[in-house]
Design a binder for this molecule. Sequence first.
Ligand SMILES: Nc1ncnc2c1ncn2[C@@H]1O[C@H](COP(=O)(O)OP(=O)(O)OP(=O)(O)O)[C@@H](O)[C@H]1O
Ligand SMILES: [Mg+2]
Length: 345
Amino acid sequence: MAEKKQLRVLGVESSCDETAAAIVENGRAILSSVIASQVDLHAQFGGVYPELASREHVKAIYATVNEALQQAHLQLKDLDGIAVTRGPGLAGSLVVGVNMAKGLAMAAELPIVGVNHLEGHIYSAWLHPAENAPGPEPKFPLIALLVSGGHTELILMRDHLQYQRLGGTVDDAAGEAFDKVARLLDLPYPGGPSIQKAGMEGNPKAFNFPKARLSEPYNFSFSGIKTAVLRTVEEFKSNKKELPVADLAASFQAAVVGALFEKTMAAGEEFKAREIIVAGGVSANKPLREAFRSQTSYRVHIPALSLCTDNAAMIAGAGYRHLVAGQVDALDFDVLPNWPLVAAG
Ligand SMILES: Nc1ncnc2c1ncn2[C@@H]1O[C@H](COP(=O)(O)OP(=O)(O)OP(=O)(O)O)[C@@H](O)[C@H]1O
Ligand SMILES: [Mg+2]
């Protein structure tokens, strides 16, 4: 990338059901961030409907990118690079963002880099609105707890772009567990916010859902808790008793938050981390945020609520790190729907 003081990267994100574009300066300051959400469209199916998602991206992507440029009062020629989500995600959805980004890179002769969506979630911890002063930058070594709709991973980062996987879920992702339990409780999609809302009036100690016993210290399992909720629901239904939705939601949430918090803290201690990042859609969860904020052992970085779920500013932020490290992709790269953040082995 050009050696300038202000490097502006356009981020493009279309891995799932949000079409997003954003412009970020020097990997931190958000000049604009636009998200066209399809959540209302998919709510009728209780989850994301892949073919519909890619076609919605096709319709929305041009206006979304245009809006991101306009809100930042910039033109393509003012940009220094383009970052786009290459995976993981829905193949048909990823293709739309990648092709848009490639077209722009070709037309404006800009360097382009394909970014891992999960890396984007982690780099949301560096972002701040351009009109606000930046907060302290995360310091290495750090532990990143990545909790989203499709992933739950504990990552050790000793430097930028260096990821060591300490563990992750062996079954459902945390967000997936929230979504499935919400369905069991007849709460609307997406499940995370619904469970949080319902749980506000409930007693988190009403039900004691079991902790998963796992041989690997930093792995997670949420399917046991989900099954325990299912059994409880069935029991109430067969006894024709009214379902204590608020108590079930609060107790389920407390069990998930407890596991996430305890393992992250233990990893921090073992690997002598200086700081912790909590990112991904589930990091919007209030009790989870409160658990991390009320401890005093580590400085914790949790993105602003608007940056927890999918957005393109996080992709621009991560892409900036690659571009300044000289990592640029040729224009023939393919999407990687199953791209892990850390390769196995
Ligand atoms: N307040 C909340 N509490 C708990 N979970 C939440 C909350 N808000 C959102 N979520 C969950 O976050 C998930 C969506 O997060 P995100 O957009 O990062 O996931 P995704 O992009 O679908 O998956 P991935 O990033 O793994 O590809 C959903 O499962 C949703 O239920
Ligand atoms: Mg995501």
